[in-house]
Design a binder for this molecule. Structure first.
Ligand code: MSP
Length: 651
């Protein structure tokens, strides 16, 4: 890592509170924690941020489903995230919540600044909105004209007044940034993807909503209380507000971030919107945006419906926190997708950790007890084993850049080389033979070589396995901190004379799986999935399959259209009055004007989703949704085969 950069700011995404923590969240957080522990050990002034993303329609709906107020619900889930990270010993310096007052103040400040700069303007938005991804899509981006290209769920047509951010204005500057900063997006393949996306043209971004309430209000100076901010503007700003942006500015000197760790599904927001917002705010851009891949389970996507979502707490309880950390970082090349299987986890524990590392320490404890009453002295080490020591130092010297280039699996791979040098040295020099032959000095120097290798490995493994490596260090009579890092990693020092402490084996062999295998459903269920969708592995995802109870949460009714009108200025919308057998007809705004004229509709019957939360489209209240089917030949309304009484329930 560059010595110039003394302050290191590391962030995780802030997690949505619409669901409880799962393995994907744990993965991002553990990577970030590893980097933070490393940079603190390296003596860098480090600030590690995590937190929860609590606004938006998705959260509002999740709360409503549970009969809770959004804040009440957010408090509950946010606390669960925090508790889990505390149980996992995550060394975050701040846990931010987007409902924090200081955060909201900072977001409003940023909005004001962008507005004053002329980067925000007001217009009307018409587009397809996916609530699950909290994202607008253009018609051409949709799958089959209606499904979200990210998660495969149904999108809704939303037409409303909105403030826009002039994203298009920043297209060239963004491209220049990607070109001039080879490592701004990691891994590099992802950078190419982003460049291609931006080159294909950026549209201005709708950054406020009027159809729901649960969000940050606009600055008072705009005097527009109907709008709340788009969740992604609100959420991304957390990286600045956590440092005091728009408030006390106390920690602003940590900016720019050394790395924003994210999953590949949220790259676009971080690699395009976020730098553009920062440019508009005249702020420097982050050094790296690093996107990791997705976890599957036994080769299958994780989903609630399959019941195979991995609870990280369960894994940790069964296999140990640090073994889990090691496994996650070692098993998958950063950026690639990874598969969680208990077998793979057990193999890593038994083989890498147990055989290569744990046994080496045991061997050393045994040999030194036998040959020197546990005393280890490095004084003759260089004389006999300088070749081995040099090879070890070469390996150790290659590690640091790998870590900050996010090559964490290679970091661990390279870190195992010294262990293999140590194990090989014992096998080939056979100290027990040396002892028999009276070569005591050589045999004891070999013990010192092993001890020094273990010390170096323990220090460099410390960020991944903090407690375990502290135990190794304590057996070797030293403490892992910046001083030992400087002496044994950056410097050329050897351990002083000490007596090794006998400690119990660190990685007892695991013979049998410790968790019940859940949801081993093999067949692929049919669902309207988007192509190349990755979001599916999320815990919140139901993979399109629902239970009958879930289906009956939707009330479908037959309605009779009693009036139909064009909507001024709208190419897509019609305003219908539909009789659902209630006291008065309901107003429903539908995006069907391209296929139906008002006259086609009056006195015909339609099928209506009757318990949908009312939404505003172009300022008009819409109290339901009309069912229609659309293919290449156009759109057709779904209607009962024979006339039915208005209000008849379908199902
Ligand atoms: N709230 C937004 C982030 C805003 S950051 C300004 C969000 N939250 S999330 O809770 O849905 O996801 C958070 C992180 O978890 C993402 O980085 C995502 O990639 C990661 N994962 C969710 N499921 C995952 C897997 N199955 N595997 C690996 N990581 C995945 O997005």
């Amino acid at each position: 890592m560059s010595e110039k950069c003394k302050k290191v700011y590391i962030t995780t995404p802030i997690y949505y509170v619409n669901d409880i923590p799962h393995i994907g969240h744990a993965y991002t957080t553990i990577i970030a924690d590893t980097l933070a522990v490393y940079s603190r050990m390296a003596g860098l002034d480090t600030f590690f941020l995590t937190g929860t993303d609590e606004h938006g329609q998705k959260i509002e709906e999740a709360a409503r489903k549970r009969d809770k107020l959004p804040k009440e619900y957010a408090d509950e889930i946010s606390a669960r995230f925090r508790k889990l990270w505390d149980e996992f010993d995550i060394s975050y310096d701040k846990f931010i919540r987007t409902t924090d007052e200081e955060h909201k103040r900072g977001v409003r400040k940023a909005f004001e600044k962008m507005y004053e700069k002329g980067d925000i303007y007001k217009d009307t938005y018409s587009g397809h909105y996916c609530i699950s991804c909290e994202t607008f899509f253009t018609e051409t981006q949709l799958v089959d004209g209606e499904f979200c290209p990210e998660c495969g769920k149904q999108t809704n047509i939303v037409e409303e007044e909105s403030y826009f951010f002039r994203l298009s204005k920043y297209q060239d500057r963004l491209l220049r940034w990607y070109e001039e900063n080879e490592k701004c997006i990691l891994p590099k393949t992802r950078r190419n993807e982003v460049i291609r996306f931006v080159e294909s043209g950026l549209e201005d971004l709708s950054i406020t909503r009027t159809s729901f309430d649960w969000g940050v209000k606009l600055p008072k100076s705009l005097n527009d209380p109907a709008h709340v901010m788009y969740v992604w503007l609100d959420a991304l700003m957390n990286y600045l507000t956590a440092l005091g942006y728009g408030g006390d500015e106390k920690r602003m000197d940590y900016w720019p971030a050394r790395v924003h760790l994210i999953g590949k599904d949220i790259l676009r927001f971080h690699a395009i919107y976020w730098p553009a917002f920062l440019m508009s705010l005249d702020m420097p851009l982050p050094k790296h945006i690093a996107a990791h891949g997705w976890w599957t389970r036994n080769g299958e996507k994780m989903s609630k419906s399959k019941g195979n979502v991995i609870d990280p707490k369960e894994v940790v309880d069964a296999y140990g926190l640090e073994n889990f950390r090691y496994f996650m970082l070692r098993e998958v090349p950063f950026g690639g997708d990874g598969d969680f299987s208990q077998k793979a986890l057990m193999d890593r524990i038994n083989s890498d950790l147990g055989n290569d590392l744990g046994n080496l320490l045991n061997r050393l404890i045994g040999m030194s007890a036998k040959y020197s009453e546990g005393e280890i002295d490095s004084q003759n080490l260089r004389e006999y084993y300088s070749k081995e020591l040099e090879a070890v130092n070469d390996s150790i010297g290659r590690l640091e850049p790998l870590l900050f280039d996010m090559q964490l699996h290679r970091y661990l791979e390279e870190l195992w080389r010294p262990l293999s040098i140590a194990n090989k040295a014992i096998d080939s020099y056979q100290p027990w033979v040396m002892m028999k032959e009276g070569k005591t000095e050589e045999a004891l120097a070999l013990n010192a070589l092993i001890a020094n290798i273990l010390a170096k490995v323990a220090i460099m493994l410390h960020p991944v396995m903090p407690r375990t490596t502290e135990k190794i260090a304590s057996a070797l009579s030293f403490v892992i901190d910046n001083e030992s890092y400087r002496k044994y990693i950056k410097g050329d020092e050897l351990l002083p004379k000490f007596t090794i402490e006998r400690i119990p084996p660190l990685f007892p062999r695991i013979e049998e799986v410790r968790m019940e295998e859940k949801g081993a459903v093999k067949e692929e269920k049919k669902s309207p999935k988007g192509k190349g969708s990755d979001k599916g592995a999320s815990a919140e995802e139901s993979d399109g399959v629902i239970s009958i109870e879930q289906f009956f949460q939707t009330t479908l009714k037959v309605g009779t259209v009693v009036e139909a009108h064009e909507v001024p200025k709208s190419k897509k919308l019609l305003r219908l009055m539909v009789d659902l057998g209630e006291d008065s007809p309901r107003q429903i705004v539908a995006g069907i004007k391209e296929w139906y004229s008002p006259a086609d509709l009056v006195d015909t019957q339609v099928c209506v989703v009757a318990n949908l939360k009312p939404a505003k489209l172009m300022g008009m209240l819409s109290e339901g949704m009309i069912l229609a089917a659309k293919d290449d030949s156009g759109l057709s309304l779904v209607r009962p085969e024979k006339p039915k009484k208005a209000g008849t329930v379908i199902g």
